[in-house]
Design a protein around this ligand. Sequence first.
Ligand SMILES: Nc1ncnc2c1ncn2[C@@H]1O[C@H](COP(=O)(O)OP(=O)(O)OP(=O)(O)O)[C@@H](O)[C@H]1O
Length: 587
Amino acid sequence: MSTTSVQETPAPAEALPLASARESLAVLWPLLRERRGFLLLVGLAGLVGSVAGLVAPWVIGWLVDVLPDASDGAVVLVGAGAIAVAGVVGALCTWAGQTWLARLTEPTVARLREMVMDRSLRLGSAQMERTETGDLVSRVAEDAREISQAATTVIPLVVQSLFTVVVSGVGLVAVDWRLGLVGLVALPMYWTTLRWYLPRSGPIYAEERAAFGTRASRLLGGISGSRTLHAYDAQDSELERITAASGLARDLSIRVFYFVTRAFSRNNRAEATVLALLLVVGFFLVDAGMITAGAVTTAALLFHRLFNPIGALVGMADQVQSAGASLVRMVGVITMPVPERTAVPKPGPLELSGVSHSYGGDIAALVDIDFALAPGEVVAVVGSTGAGKSTLALVAAGSVVPSRGAVSLGGVPIADVDPVALREHITMVSQEVHTFATTLAENVRAPRPEADDAGVRAALRTVGADWVDDLPDGIDTVVGEGGHPLDPMQAQMIALARVELADPDVVILDEATAEAGSAGARQLDTAAAAVLKGRAGLVVAHRLSQAVTADRVLVMERGRIVEAGTHEELLRAGGRYAELGRAWFGG
Ligand SMILES: Nc1ncnc2c1ncn2[C@@H]1O[C@H](COP(=O)(O)OP(=O)(O)OP(=O)(O)O)[C@@H](O)[C@H]1O
């Protein structure tokens, strides 16, 4: 008796790697350097803006010195004018700096996202299959969003604060080095606050976010299940649960508030102490005739100017950390080593020899498959649910690496071919086709971005997608998420047009979009036939019509090929295929 278990089971899902800070910088720096013009402009705006910020403390100190001897109020007007001009310059610099920073960071984040996608495509679906589901998606979507948000909200503030702190610090030393030294006393005090704040803030915020999540899901659950709750008279107990979740979220928010207030009060204490120290030292220096009262005023105002930016830097440190964590996650994928796959497939048969596959667990999805698809031949695969048809298609397309056995095209093992290069030879349309959120033309063009509109239209004509002309903007209609809605059959036709444009040697189809016998099924069959013309095709038959027109039919049961032949031969044989055929015909 044969056994259907496969010995080599795949390794458990692995998490994608994280990059080190050095690797992240090595990836980020060339991207920023590409836009160094903006980098310079951001630096310039920050510097000029911060220097403009020095004008007010300096003018006020000057007024303190000159006013007692002034004959009229003209000096005040001069001082006020200088402060007003500096204010306008500062505002302009902030605005320009933020605009330039966005033009520096947004394309950089977009580029990082593309690099993650590119690397994951190069690694190939077979390797990506081994990683935790959702990990890649969250790195492309959530981490990119986190960095992008930080880039537009947190980073401008951090950059501006850093400039203000550095320039004001230098200004303070320039006014009088002794007062500058007093100002430095604040540094260790700020440092201890940061050391106290950072390790505690992350977990507290995470707990608060988790509590918000629970409250939201309880509320939504209560609303969507209100009928059931009424039916079972269970409103009160559900209300109690919602109140408890809500109470927890409220208590955590209050805790977060106390915590942040404590951090800021630590900073305030440091600031008040050092400011007092600065005034005392200033008093003695003025008394000794070493500096003027105006200079002490300027120094005190400059030191006071540091309060807000330093508070902002402390407050945003965890958001910067969180953006940093997202960056190392994205760069982790970008720096994943891509195995050398330089083999070039040759025209010839697609062969599966000794192929067995298990997704883990005891049941084998494929067992000892030996099968060759000749160039130009169309083979249909039939079988009951769970027989292994989709797995066979995925293995043949190189999307799943079988636990045992080999797959080759023209004698070249496809495992040695670069996944992107392999798609030029073997293309698969699966049950879940993805429509990208862009124009319909771009969707068709995906495998061949250089194709022109005429090529796109020709591919759509080949698959009989005449309905495209009725769309609001024809092939330029935006489809996908948030765009013009497409029904599953239209999405499938776009996927087929994509294959037509890609022009591979082997097409693997596994669609189950239309009900057998429906007008949609007939349209899809015609579209598939057009795409298969002149190419080898492996078609997972979800409708009998797909098997009838094939050159050969494979019948699968429990991971094995149990029958093979033409439609007529298999019907005559009266075996499993004939049985399936009767079920299909409903007779
Ligand atoms: N990603 C997966 N992880 C774990 N088991 C899987 C996975 N995909 C398929 N299987 C299992 O492998 C076996 C073969 O499934 P497969 O989808 O290849 O069959 P199928 O003939 O295409 O079925 P259907 O017609 O329902 O799509 C089934 O037992 C199925 O439960």
